[in-house]
Design a protein around this ligand. Structure first.
Ligand code: ADP
Ligand code: MG
Length: 163
């Protein structure tokens, strides 16, 4: 299944993340795609809130590649922006995070394309204007089809579906 919605401002993107976070289960993997400033980190911040992460400041793990948080389930926030070569993934324990029982979100997931498992939820963020973003979802695998169905139900009437 795939569909797209529009968020009109930063808060709406965070709120969307929050709703996604409430739906996540142990082992879930979300891959985020989109240019710098598209809203990946703000969406991740919302997801952390939905996972009941209490730590106050969630920033992109720019220097460490991975930030780990304790929430309703463990939350692993990976940002591969500064990855120079896929061979570096082994050193950060990439596979362990992806296969863990936490919820894992990967910014710049395309930089690990070869190392991704077959099933995950893809989220594509793109600029529509200064303050609006299109957020597209694509589910691969049974679990993510179900997750996306639940998400679509939850956000019906809250967000405008893009065509
Ligand atoms: P990325 O992680 O994709 O590089 P960030 O989440 O760090 O992007 O930054 C997104 C920037 O765009 C922030 O400055 C945010 O305030 C701004 N912004 C404006 N409108 C939106 C929106 N609808 N959704 C998300 N961010 C938005
Ligand atoms: Mg970011």
């Amino acid at each position: 299944m795939m569909f797209s919605i529009v968020t009109a401002n930063t808060e709406q993107t965070e709120e969307l993340g929050k709703i996604i976070g409430t739906l996540l289960e142990p082992g879930d993997l979300l891959c985020l795609f989109g240019d710098l400033g598209a809203g990946k980190t703000h969406l991740s911040y919302g997801i952390a809130q939905g996972l009941e992460v209490r730590e106050q400041y969630i920033t992109s793990p720019t220097f460490t590649f991975v930030n780990e948080y304790e929430g309703r389930i463990p939350f692993y926030h990976i940002d591969l922006y500064r990855l120079k070569d896929p061979s570096e993934l082994e050193g950060i324990g990439f596979e362990e995070y992806v296969e863990s029982d936490g919820a894992t979100v990967i910014e710049w997931a395309e930089r690990a394309e070869e190392e991704l498992p077959s099933a995950f939820l893809s989220i594509y963020l793109s600029h529509l204007s200064e303050n609006s973003r299109e957020v597209g979802f694509l589910a691969e695998g049974e679990r993510y089809e179900k997750l996306l169905e639940n998400l679509r139900d939850r956000i019906k009437g809250i967000y405008i579906e893009a065509i």
